[in-house]
Design a protein around this ligand. Structure first.
Ligand SMILES: Cc1cc2nc3c(=O)[nH]c(=O)nc-3n(C[C@H](O)[C@H](O)[C@H](O)COP(=O)(O)OP(=O)(O)OC[C@H]3O[C@@H](n4cnc5c(N)ncnc54)[C@H](O)[C@@H]3O)c2cc1C
Length: 424
């Protein structure tokens, strides 16, 4: 029977970061993943946008700290013999429709509190920065079959908030692989193509996991970093009923279209709640994801049995983006990706211990935690090292920001917050 200090279920970007952080503290870890390689799950579908634009101060601060690690990715990894993921700091723009300024007051206050610079752009400045963009209003977004879909309405985009300290990571799967290689260099072990089929207990605490091939691996610490399978693992551990916040897998499509003429690859991503999409450059393409408008009901799926083909969701997103970019050509052959978010009840992750001693959660990443992965390892290490995180919550020191955050924000027992979309 094999034994480790800690088993991490999942080798996505989150599981790999936890492994690196624990290994750096001398903890002997094993990551187990059902897929063939690191980052092959939801991480590989990620748009990998890095932005500090959040409605809670902790979220904003953590994302801004993580951005410093992306900026110094090679130094952070400390060991990277092969190619590494590239963080491209393009900046990012949030478009503001007339009469909706108040929606963003809280986000701007958080940027101020954390000390993140932002600029207010006029329509003329937006048009100069993004040649070819249309600032007509279309919202609120509608379903494609609804009357008036794609037709402009009264009103206009009256400005935007541009945040220079934002961008995207060129290859999210490679980022996970970089973390794996660095972790292995520190002594971590990874096992692929193996599924955890049971969580084992002994003496009222976690004692290890059972694998699909019947093997039993022992460890006093097990971390659920299973992404969209997080609720399956929680059920195996028998802790679901003790959680105030639950998680569910949501299916999401991302469209890739040839970028329209004049589109600047370095102009920065755009969050466009009026059209219901976000978009960013990707080589010669424009990548278009959903901003989860109210009109689109969530597609909650079985993470082991869902449609991985592009559907009408692809077309809706492409057409919504074409509202903003009239010269965007909609190709006959749909190109893009289909991935799952592991969505929590309030779109904020759960980073926490549980009622089962030794069993920890790094779940509910809700389509918005790729950016934070470089700090999630240290964050989970702080929680795991603290024997008493429930009554004396751990603080995480954010070295670049020279401040700390209280990790009770991510508690499994928190009240459900008012964040209701991937923007969190
Ligand atoms: C379409 C899309 C767009 C996104 N865009 C952004 C963005 O722009 N910015 C941002 O910050 N975030 C974004 N995200 C979110 C981000 O990608 C995720 O939060 C992050 O990748 C989650 O990583 P993870 O390691 O938790 O999960 P995963 O990468 O899914 O890893 C979990 C792993 O656990 C394994 N596993 C599950 N069950 C078992 C089991 N029983 N036994 C063994 N292994 C198991 C799986 O095989 C998987 O590899 C996006 C996500 C998607 C899907």
């Amino acid at each position: 029977m094999k034994a480790f200090d800690a088993i991490i279920i999942g080798a996505g970007v989150i599981g790999c970061s936890i492994s690196l952080a624990l290994a750096r503290r001398g903890i002997k870890t094993l990551n187990v993943d059902a897929l063939p390689s690191a980052g092959y799950g939801s991480t590989s579908h990620s748009s990998a946008i890095v932005r500090p634009f959040y409605s809670h101060e902790t979220s904003c601060a953590l994302a801004h700290e993580a951005r410093h690690r992306w900026l110094g990715w090679r130094e952070f990894l400390d060991y990277a013999p092969g190619p590494i993921a590239r963080y491209v700091e393009t900046g990012g723009l949030v478009l503001i429709r007339d009469g909706t300024d108040h929606q963003y007051e809280n986000n701007l206050a958080m940027l101020d509190n954390v000390g993140v610079e932002f600029q207010r752009l006029s329509p003329q400045e937006i048009e100069k920065k993004y040649p070819g963009i249309s600032l007509r209003a279309y919202g609120p977004p509608r379903r494609q079959h609804e009357e008036g879909f794609g037709e402009p309405v009264a009103g206009e985009i009256t400005g935007g908030i541009f945040i220079p300290a934002s961008g995207y990571v060129s290859d999210p799967q490679l980022a996970a692989s970089n973390l794996q290689v660095a972790a292995e260099h520190e002594g971590s072990t990874f096992s692929f193509n193996v599924r955890v089929t049971d969580i084992l207990r002994g003496g009222g605490a976690i004692s290890g996991v059972q694998l699909g091939d019947g093997d039993i691996i022992c460890a006093p610490t097990v971390v659920n970093a299973a992404g969209p399978h997080s609720s399956v693992i929680n059920d195996l551990a028998g802790i679901t009923s003790s959680l105030n916040i639950r998680t569910k897998p949501h299916r999401h499509e991302v469209a890739y279209l040839k970028a329209p003429p004049g589109y600047r690859q370095n102009a920065g991503f755009i969050v466009d709640l009026d059209a219901g999409v976000y978009q960013r450059p990707d080589s010669a393409d424009m990548l278009i994801g959903s901003a989860d408008p109210d009109c689109d009901p969530p597609e909650i799926v079985d993470p082991d049995d869902y449609n991985d083909q592009l559907t009408a969701q692809w077309t809706a997103q492409a057409v919504r983006a074409a509202q903003r970019w009239p010269e965007l050509g909609i190709e006959n052959n749909a190109r893009g990706t289909v991935g799952l978010y592991d969505v929590s009840d309030d779109w904020i992750p759960i980073y926490d211990r549980t009622e089962l001693p030794g069993f920890y959660l790094a779940i509910g990443t809700s389509g918005n935690q790729f950016k934070n992965a470089p700090v999630v390892g240290d964050l989970m290490a702080a929680i795991i090292e603290n024997r008493d995180h429930d009554s004396a919550p751990s603080l995480l020191n954010l070295k670049s920001l020279k401040r700390s955050v209280n990790l009770s924000f991510y508690s499994r027992n928190r009240d459900i917050q008012e964040t209701a979309s991937v923007m969190a």
